[in-house]
Design a protein around this ligand. Structure first.
Ligand SMILES: [Zn+2]
Length: 348
């Protein structure tokens, strides 16, 4: 049977380029560079993705990033990802680039961005539009994040860099550190997103809201531990419960990711249905599809398995365009496209 969302034109908003590298491509890249980390077989590359916890996942992400040594590696990664997005009928994606990791590797940003931009432009007329989110690493600190912001401000004049984000270890890199940086990013017209409530508790989500004022939160999983936070987010909810606010705070929900990083023990415990019923503004995403052996269509199947009705799933997919960092006329065009290709399910 076809997955519920397969035929709908979709937007994917929480998607790391580095995490989209399938083992076969990783092996190809590793071999090209003489297997610097011992990834000298497909089996070794597959084994890298079998981690046991969040620290193991971060380590695997780091190892993959260390293999992306030249611009062609990044271009190859994007080529594979774009093919996969088209297969899934994704028509718009905001791809997160770990610019903080590029700096950490002492790799020049410009040649990588030029290679990625050449790939992106080649996708024109192929029904897939891409935009970039420049991501800093929380635990690398503020000075490192400042360099990511500088790059974002430089590149947004030359490429569709729509937002900045932070990811990584919330405990080692608290939101308060990045308060003034986020304020400057917003003042300069960048959109804001931040991973929070993934490997740290509800307080990390509160702090992220208080200090960073993001339009979207990556995961927000641990909001489930705090009823007051759920009420707050519901008051800033959107659409699904018929009480859309003017500037919703969106949560980018990635169910498979949460289980694979062991931030959640079982999929059945995922708060997605609870958040949905409470009226939170939600979108669905795959996060690191290759590293979690998933894709966006599969995430919709997970949402259905968690109890969302077909019409709920359709609304959730539609939210992808509502939450996208798109200019308004383009958003309206995508919503029209979505509505024309996804007939409302009868009976909710
Ligand atoms: Zn993520």
């Amino acid at each position: 049977m076809q997955p519920i969302a397969a035929a709908w034109p979709k937007a994917e908003l929480h998607l790391h380029l580095e995490g989209s590298l399938v083992p076969a491509t990783l092996f190809e890249i590793s071999r090209r560079h003489g297997c610097p980390c011992g990834l000298d077989s497909l089996a070794a590359c597959q084994a890298l993705y079998q981690y046991q916890n969040f620290a193991g996942f971060l380590q695997a992400f780091k190892t993959v990033s260390q293999h992306l040594l030249d611009p062609e590696d990044y271009a190859l990664a994007l080529r594979g990802l774009a093919q996969d997005l088209k297969r899934q009928n994704v028509v718009y994606a905001e791809i997160t680039l770990s610019i903080g990791v590029l700096h950490w590797k002492k790799q020049a940003v410009a040649p990588v961005l030029e290679a990625l931009e050449a790939e992106r432009q080649a996708l024109h007329n192929q029904n897939l539009r891409l935009a970039w989110i420049f991501d800093a690493v929380r635990q690398f600190g503020v000075a490192a994040a400042e360099k990511v912001l500088s790059d974002a401000l430089y590149w947004r004049e030359r490429a569709p860099v729509v937002a900045i984000g932070i990811g990584g270890d919330e405990i080692q890199g608290p939101a308060v550190w990045f308060e003034s940086l986020y304020a400057r990013a917003a003042a300069n017209g960048l959109h804001l997103t931040a991973h929070a409530g993934e490997n740290a508790g509800a307080d990390s989500v509160w702090q992220t809201l208080r200090y960073l004022h993001p339009e979207r939160i990556g995961h927000g999983l641990r909001a489930r531990e705090d009823q007051e936070l759920i009420r707050y987010l519901a008051a800033h909810g959107a659409g699904n419960a018929g009480k859309q606010t003017e500037s919703p705070i969106w949560l980018e929900i990635c169910p498979t990711s949460n289980v694979r990083t062991q931030c959640l023990l079982r999929l059945a415990d995922h708060p997605l249905p609870r958040f949905w019923q409470a009226g939170l503004a939600l979108t669905l995403a795959s996060d690191d599809p290759a590293m979690f052996e998933t894709d966006l269509n599969q995430e919709f199947s997970q949402a259905a398995a968690l109890g969302l009705s077909p019409e709920d799933c359709r609304q959730l997919a539609r939210n992808g365009f509502l939450a996208a960092f798109l200019p308004e006329p383009d958003r309206a065009a995508y919503l029209n496209l979505f509505d024309s290709r996804s007939p409302q399910a009868s009976g909710k």
